[in-house]
Design a protein around this ligand. Sequence first.
Ligand SMILES: *[C@@H]1O[C@H](CO)[C@@H](O)[C@H](O)[C@H]1NC(C)=O
Ligand SMILES: *[C@@H]1O[C@H](CO)[C@@H](O)[C@H](O)[C@H]1NC(C)=O
Length: 376
Amino acid sequence: MKSVAWLLPFVALVAVPTVLSDAPTNVSLPDLANSFWTPNGLKLPSKALVEAVTRSKLPVLDAFGHRREIVLMSIASEFAFQRMFDVFLMSLQNITFKAHDGSEDNLARHLVINVMTTTSTEKCTAVADKYGSSCVPYGNSAFTLGNFHVHSNDFYGIGFTKTATILDGLTLGVDVLFLDADQVMFRNPLPYLLAREADVLVSGDCHNHGDSAPMERLPPINNNIGFVYFRPTAMVARAIYNWALWLANIARRGDKPWDQTTFAGAIETVSGDVTVRHMSMAMLHSDLFPYLCMGPCGCDLRGVPYFHNGKLPRRTADNICEPELMREWYNYHMPCAGDMNTKAQLMEEYAAMYQKVIGPINSLSAPMTVLPPLAA
Ligand SMILES: *[C@@H]1O[C@H](CO)[C@@H](O)[C@H](O)[C@H]1NC(C)=O
Ligand SMILES: *[C@@H]1O[C@H](CO)[C@@H](O)[C@H](O)[C@H]1NC(C)=O
């Protein structure tokens, strides 16, 4: 007893820094929101971000014969580098395709990662260098080094980083595919996205709807902005800028700003006013872009009438998902799971299940025409 009591102060002293850095931020949401703004507007893209986007952009031909330049973007904090980012980047690296000169290229080489925690850029680079992705310091000292628990101030602060990241990409004139890092890819999603006309394409809950016609509104179900694609039109940039300001204003008046629940309103308001000709959207087919909130095997739309909710299948007796459904999957995204290390484990499990049931990752990808870069 005696010796334990004597040890306690020492243990407490040693433990304090870890506990503090893992605890959610104690910065208020108004202060956090304001730290992303200058008196004259949202902070401008950094030189490092401009260079990373320029280096990473992938010129491709879309299904309508137009040249497009795409950048994949994501955000990361310290905890994500324990395990999750390695799986995420390996997953993107597994999606290979032919470059314009016939050499092999892959999606990881076109990813730009904004690093939200000030001390984590080196950790990001150590992982990203293995895969050819780019890390850009976008640190905010308010953010925790821990897990960004749902409904903590850190969690709500993600929206400030996410909107700024998307806007910085769009401002540079590239198509932005924004990806949360808690997902794995099975097929190259770009040929699919490049065959659709809407300015904004976002994943969403299990529901039968079309994604080919550009719409003024999203279907009346939840979207998920962990997989969202934007074309760099002037009107889309306006919409994202106003979305960012909306989130800041919510925080400034003392409420909780959630990027996920404001997104549909932010883009639908603009489209409703200027018409679908100037800004359009569609929700991606839920059976092709599944996520874990739906359940363990995504969304089954077979036999489901148009504009009705789909079925949420369970695993089969051999603990796999039905091959006929899996064959259609582009990715599997892991919101509604545990912490980032738990998500990493799930990501590995789904990649393994795909390889066991369907075959090699990327084996069902459609071809994509990659163009040479424009002469400087
Ligand atoms: C946040 O925590 C740090 C470390 O304990 C402390 O120095 C600071 O005063 C706290 N800030 C607020 C706004 O509570
Ligand atoms: C990536 O591909 C390798 C080699 O085929 C495979 O072993 C691994 O499970 C894949 N990982 C992911 C996350 O796709």
